[in-house]
Design a protein around this ligand. Structure first.
Ligand SMILES: [Zn+2]
Length: 961
């Protein structure tokens, strides 16, 4: 098939097929075709010896079966025992090799694959379904069974009959938007798709797996320019015609078993949709435009925290906890209802989305695209290698597309408006909670009941329906008498419980946090088993890998939104502290009796309470950046911390459409290598560039960071402005501050034509990053946009530092002078805050550490980890750790056995590590041969770590430590 993609007569269907085929063909030539044949996976412990032994055993079995002879039976039994022994030994060996290879150099994907296999996640599974008490194994029938199930989840029968009859006509309604298409914002929204849009999407597609079109992964990472141009042409054809190719609206569904569900039941499977790669890229481009438009014009309700930039579950949880805390402080009662919207994504009423859109965007490319995107969706289920028949997806947003998330947010956007004060609500995607507090219980409950009634009405307008059985209600109070009322929805009582799970957090009616801490303790203990398997004392993985696994698997669980329980009682928090200690003891291989601070110090991980302070400072900083209030419990915790999160630079939204923003940055001079270019050459090039800006004002900016502080300066001809920044600010913040200040000066002094010369390449690069800049670069971008928009001409120009460029030298010198002479400007970035927060919390930890009197304290006065050489085996690592902590099997086993402390066999003095390493005369020779210092702290210092290993090997202590 040869179709010219540029021809006007070809259909979009032809064009897209042509493009996909060309890409696949090119990839086949370049990469070579791979086949997906499944090989039977051999178990890792299999070897020839076992194979031979099994062969002999089977032969013996046959011999015995025919002869029934006693001696043949004995021979068979012997061979059986031998085979069992060989298998067992091989299994143990292979396990040891497996765990030992998890070292600092091991690829983390490999580590996780192995940890996954340990935790019982397997990719290879055949799905079988029970159908009317019979097990169905026919692959075709199973795919169709699942297909039927997913089809019904999205069918019309899920709607309330009243709603459906009243609204079904909307499906055929052709909505005309009343929005003026000539408005600037609307024009930007519908402008042609450009390469830059595509680059932004591709740069973020790390996990974009190839879809049913078979577009290879390789293409996504190294797209050839010709292919990109061809794709953009087809995209624009789709964009302007509003016609999406049919196979781009078809998805392949892979059923995934939900955790802890019956695997023979169709209801236990969740659908994962695979869509065409080219379709997904286009949808991401369009979604970005829609999202920016919605965010910039504040169309999304501020209470919606799901899938939005700078927002997370934390926002919803923070607001709920703040209310609970205030309720209990004021001795009030609060009712909290978590509402469950059944099949929210699958039953989103499509005509409603179109109607909402018609009120905010004009009839144009975007509107037509979304309308087409929501019609004629089809899917097939693929399982056990078989495809089901084709089903049409009549309702709901298409699963697996980014655009669907935004459309869902729009469809549910008016739910918070139904809630009237004093009732409040939080929303995270479809997770909706309402709450109300007051001194009078009956009145409060009345408010909540009225809110529920209003939601029932909303459900008849929106098409969403609530599942009352899955909803929950909890009353928070300190009062003795328990609230004994029930709230009803559609005349069905909402189940009332003592604790309520919201976004993974279990809130309990007295805010003790005990139920929640118990739950995370239980989950973490289960996960601890994985760690135990990998962390034997004498074989096992390198501590760096174990620490990585501990942090990802367990610590993340202990710390998920941990700011919430920052004020819980110490006795309650102890439940998770012990998990932390056990985990790190396994990581370090420390002996059971080791003091906890020593174990934590060796692992280099702070105690949980200090880590909670750390995350709370950053939480407060992030909330301030987004103009959100910080709850009293956190402010109270942070009142003694010498850091003010209030001065952080705020997050701004971009003022214009990024795909149309052009920031004039000249980095021409960076082409020349700094080492090979003489200052005079640079100056010549600079002069020729500057000559193009002859009526422009030259503005030099620079930043400086020394041990005394941080400064920035702006030089405009004879005028110098100096700024001093907080000592913890980075040089990057200083450079960017200087640029931002220069732009302020341009505005106040009406310098209509200006060229800003900066020697910081990283600052300019960050300003160039339109899609994902940090807060200060975003601020600068908005400053530039606002100036250029009102007729100013501004260019940023990179110049090399220390090249005798007069203005630059002056700015540099003034920036250094600013450190001592200028007035302080209190602002910083989130990145700066992270650095200073680490320093602050490390100091808290260090102070606590220095008060300790453990054996490790005697030799180590820092909280920084002593490095463990990558070539060290697990046994060497654990031995060194135990010796340093001073608790070993040799010296402390008596505690476990409840015996008397051991005495040195040759000296009769109490046995201790100090005695063995530095004092005991029995080890004099080994000590000398290994070159061990007579001062304990020197002997155990990281620089002498190899000598210690030699010593314990020579003195045969290594196995008893
Ligand atoms: Zn001795």
């Amino acid at each position: 098939m040869q179709v010219n993609p540029q021809s006007d007569t070809s259909t979009i269907e032809d064009d897209t097929a042509f493009i996909s085929e060309s890409i696949i063909r090119a990839a086949e030539v370049a990469i070579g075709k791979t086949t997906n044949s499944l090989k039977r996976n051999l178990v890792p412990w299999w070897n020839d010896q076992i194979k031979e032994s099994i062969k002999q055993k089977n032969k013996a079995l046959k011999t015995f079966q025919s002869s029934k002879n006693m001696s043949d039976l004995i021979k068979l039994k012997q061979l059986r025992a031998k085979t069992r022994y060989l298998v067992k030994r091989s299994k143990t060996d292979s396990w040891k090799t497996f765990t030992s290879c998890l070292g600092p150099k091991a690829d983390s994907a490999l580590i996780w694959r192995r940890v996954g296999s340990l935790r019982g996640f397997s990719k290879n599974h055949n799905i079988h379904i029970m159908k009317d008490t019979k097990l169905c194994t026919d692959p075709d029938e199973i795919s169709n069974q699942l297909g039927d199930f997913f089809y019904h989840n999205r069918s019309d029968e899920n709607y309330n009959t009243t709603f459906f009859e009243k609204n079904v006509h909307m499906r055929n309604q052709n909505l005309i938007s009343s929005i003026n298409p000539h408005l600037d914002e609307q024009k930007k929204l519908n402008s042609p798709i450009q390469l830059i849009d595509m680059f932004r999407v591709l740069s973020k597609c790390n996990s974009l797996a190839p879809g049913p079109d078979g577009i290879p992964y390789k293409f996504i990472h190294n797209p050839p320019m010709t292919a990109l141009n061809a794709i953009i042409r087809v995209y624009n054809k789709i964009w302007s015609s509003g016609h999406i190719p049919r196979n781009w609206k078809h998805s392949i569904i892979i059923p995934i078993l939900k955790p802890e569900k019956n695997k023979f039941d169709t209801k236990s499977y969740r659908p994962i949709s695979l869509l065409n790669t080219l379709a997904k890229i286009l949808e991401k481009i369009i979604d970005y435009r829609l999202r920016r438009f919605l965010e910039k014009n504040n169309f999304l309700d501020p209470r919606q925290n799901g899938f939005r930039r700078h927002r997370s579950t934390t926002n919803s949880l923070h607001d709920i906890q703040e209310e609970i805390h205030s309720t209990l402080e004021a001795k009030q009662m609060m009712g909290l209802i978590a509402l469950d919207i059944s099949k929210a994504y699958d039953t989103t009423w499509r005509p409603r989305i179109v109607k909402i859109l018609s009120n905010i965007i004009c009839k144009g490319n975007l509107f037509n695209f979304i309308q087409n995107f929501l019609t004629d969706r089809t899917f097939q289920v693929k399982c056990n290698g078989k495809l089901s028949k084709i089903y049409s997806q009549k309702n709901g947003v298409p699963q697996g597309s980014t655009l669907s998330v935004s459309l869902f947010l729009l469809a549910i956007n008016d739910i918070p408006l139904v809630i009237q004060p004093p009732v409040m609500c939080t929303l995270f995607a479809d997770d909706f909670n309402i709450f109300c507090r007051g001194i009078n219980t009956n009145r409060t409950i009345n408010y909540l009941q009225n809110a529920i009634t209003a939601l029932q009405d909303w459900s008849l307008v929106s098409g969403f329906s609530f599942s009352v059985e899955k909803s929950q209600c909890t009353f928070f109070t300190n009062k003795r008498n328990v609230v004994n009322t029930t709230i009803y929805m559609n005349n069905i009582p909402i189940p009332t419980k003592n604790s309520i799970k919201i976004l993974g957090i279990l809130f309990d009616s007295r805010n003790t946090w005990i139920p929640h801490l118990k739950t995370i303790r239980k989950d973490s203990l289960l996960r601890m088993n994985t760690l135990k398997c990998l962390a034997h004392r004498s074989w096992g993985s390198h501590s760096s890998s174990l620490l990585q696994i501990y942090k990802a698997l367990i610590l993340s669980k202990l710390e998920y939104n941990s700011f919430l329980f920052i004020k819980a009682k110490a006795t309650a928090l102890k439940m998770i502290d012990t998990i932390h200690n056990t985990g790190l003891r396994l990581v370090t291989g420390a002996f059971r009796s080791s003091p906890i601070p020593s174990v934590l110090n060796t692992a280099g991980v702070a105690p949980l309470d200090i880590r909670r302070v750390h995350s709370s400072i950053l939480l407060a900083t992030r909330r301030t950046q987004n103009n959100l209030k910080v709850m009293n419990q956190i402010n109270d915790t942070l009142k003694d911390i010498p850091f003010s999160h209030l001065d952080v630079i705020k997050n701004e939204t971009i003022q214009t459409a990024p795909w149309l923003l052009n920031i004039p940055i000249n980095r021409e001079l960076s082409k020349y290598s700094k080492n090979d270019t003489a200052p005079i050459i640079y100056k010549q090039h600079l002069r020729s560039i500057i000559s193009g800006f002859h009526d422009f004002t030259e503005i030099y900016t620079d930043g400086s960071k020394t041990e005394n502080g941080v400064g920035a300066a702006v030089v405009i001809q004879d005028h110098v402005s100096m700024l001093r920044l907080s000592n913890f600010c980075s040089i990057y913040t200083a450079e960017a501050t200087a640029v931002s200040f220069a732009l302020d000066l341009i505005k106040t002094n009406h310098i209509h034509k200006a060229v800003i010369l900066s020697d910081s390449l990283s600052t300019l690069r960050s300003i160039e990053n339109i899609y994902n800049p940090n807060e200060i670069s975003r601020k600068i971008q908005n400053q530039i946009y606002n100036l250029t928009h009102t007729g100013y001409s501004i260019t940023l120009l990179w110049i090399p530092s220390h090249n005798q460029i007069q203005g630059n030298e002056r700015a540099d010198q003034k920036a250094r002078q600013a450190i001592t002479d200028a007035i302080r400007l209190n602002h910083f970035t989130l990145h700066d805050a992270k650095l200073i927060t680490s320093i602050i919390t490390n100091n808290i930890w260090l102070r606590a550490w220095k008060q300790g009197t453990s054996k490790l304290n005697e030799i180590k006065n820092t909280i920084h980890t002593w490095p463990s050489p990558p070539d060290f085996t697990r046994k060497m690592e654990t031995s060194v750790n135990r010796i340093r902590i001073g608790h070993t099997s040799l010296t402390h086993q008596y505690l476990m056995k409840k015996e008397d402390p051991p005495l040195c066999a040759s000296c009769g003095t109490p046995l201790s590590i100090k005695h063995i390493i530095t004092e005991c005369l029995a080890y004099e020779t080994e000590r000398r041969e290994a070159g061990i210092s007579s001062i304990l702290s020197e002997a155990l210092h990281p620089d002498n770590i190899r000598q210690i290993i030699i010593f314990i090997n020579k003195s045969n202590l290594i196995n008893s430590i």
